[in-house]
Write a protein that binds this ligand. Structure first.
Ligand code: GLN
Length: 261
């Protein structure tokens, strides 16, 4: 569905077929809703914030402007993590999703890897609230532990993980102002990755080494043109090997896997 259809179906509470056969009720309230939706859309508000819904890995997520809208590229990350768990034969994997936002990664992995033990953290209380709601709505509310934490700050130090996953903010601060208005209506705190967009990786890569079990993996989503620098960060951390970089649907380096030695 295109954006127009999505907004119409949402406002008139119908599906796409019903929309085109006129099989929907359009009372004053629906019409007003549609009108306001188009108005917001024209002002650069993303469809997902207008409807409050986004789909990820075939699951439904509530979103609002305190969380990033889940992206299709991130589905590649989730799929490859599932493959990794299977390939390495990790039973009951303990996983940390750092900066979970809407909970897209944590919730879908928990749904698709029924034996995993998931911890999901975020620095934003509002985001954590959205993540919790999404976990509950997808039936995994009791299987994910949500922790309010600035990166690893409040993740109990004694805990070790098989996998640490993060899609941190990675847009270079220098580029933030030239992002399209839709993207700028997402939380800046989830996008602005500081100088060259690398500030979060500089913290996560060395710190994750202390939180990973030997043989565990750090899995990161990265931004355009950052693969070289990220590889260097892994190499200078000294405790990782088997670095693998995967491309997204646009042939851009997007996901990095590194094994804790
Ligand atoms: N993928 C987002 C974008 O398109 C950035 C997400 C992030 O910083 N983690 O701008």
């Amino acid at each position: 569905m295109d954006s127009f259809e999505q907004l119409a179906c949402w406002a008139f509470n119908c599906d796409r077929a019903q929309l085109y056969t006129g099989d929907y009720a359009a009372d004053e309230e629906n019409i007003q809703l549609f009108h306001d939706a188009l108005d917001s859309y024209a002002r650069g508000i993303p469809v997902q914030y207008i409807t409050g819904e986004a789909e990820f890995m075939g699951f439904d997520f509530d979103v609002n402007p305190s969380v990033l809208i889940p992206r299709p590229e991130t589905e590649i990350l989730v799929e490859r993590v599932l493959t990794l768990i299977e390939r390495e034969g990790i039973s009951e994997p303990s996983i940390l999703d750092l900066g979970t936002g809407s909970g897209a990664i944590a919730v879908s992995l928990t749904k698709l890897s029924p034996s995993c033990k998931m911890v999901a953290s975020d620095v934003s209380e509002e985001a954590l609230e959205v993540g919790r709601e999404n976990a509950a709505a997808n039936g995994v509310g009791d299987r994910i532990e949500f922790i309010l934490s600035d990166l690893f700050e409040r993740i109990p130090g004694r805990r070790k993980f098989d996998l640490v996953i993060s899609n941190p903010p990675y847009v270079p601060s220098e580029d933030y102002d030239s992002l399209p208005p839709e993207v700028r209506s997402e939380p800046k705190i989830a996008l602005d990755g500081g100088q060259k967009g690398l500030e979060f990786y500089k913290k996560i890569i060395p710190d994750a080494a202390k939180r990973l079990d030997r043989g565990g993996y750090l899995i990161l989503e990265i931004g355009y043109g950052q693969a070289r620098a990220i590889k260097d960060l892994f190499e200078s951390a000294g405790s990782y090997g088997d670095i693998e970089i995967l491309k997204d649907y646009n042939d851009i380096d997007r996901i990095v896997f590194a094994k804790r030695r």
